[in-house]
Write a protein that binds this ligand. Structure first.
Ligand code: AMP
Ligand code: ZN
Length: 114
């Protein structure tokens, strides 16, 4: 369990709404609420981890699964051919605002900075 006020924990548990595009026992992917591109999806682990920095060697399988999910979602949402961008903001000065690990998937047209 993560912090009770973590919005991504609430989305992961189904307690807060999200436009989900993928879900399994460990991972959820959903549309960003303020999209910076025509397609802007966030891939998150259900288990709360604040940043990429906190991950350990035993998390390699989870991280690998999240990484491999990105091209699958890109294909499903039809953004593969034109190209897509994958971003992980880590820490305040890098622009991280939500401190529950997430991977941005952006594409389908003009991509703004995230
Ligand atoms: P970051 O700056 O990397 O921490 O990105 C956080 C992202 O989460 C931003 O792109 C926000 O628009 C997005 N976001 C925040 N709250 C929600 C929410 N409730 N549902 C979907 N996306 C959200
Ligand atoms: Zn969380």
């Amino acid at each position: 369990m993560g912090p009770a006020d973590c919005i991504f924990c609430l989305i992961a548990s189904g307690s807060a709404p999200a436009k989900k595009v993928y879900e399994d026992d460990k991972i959820v992917a959903f549309h960003d609420i303020h999209p910076k591109a025509p397609v802007h999806v966030l891939v998150i682990p259900k288990k709360h981890v604040a940043t990429l920095t906190e991950y350990l060697p035993e998390d390699a399988d989870l991280l690998g699964k999240m990484m491999l999910l990105l091209p699958q979602i890109a294909k499903t949402l039809g953004i593969t051919a034109r190209g897509y961008k994958v971003v992980i903001n880590t820490g305040k000065e890098a622009g991280q605002v939500v401190f529950h690990f997430h991977i941005h998937l952006l594409g389908g047209g003009t991509i703004e900075e995230v």
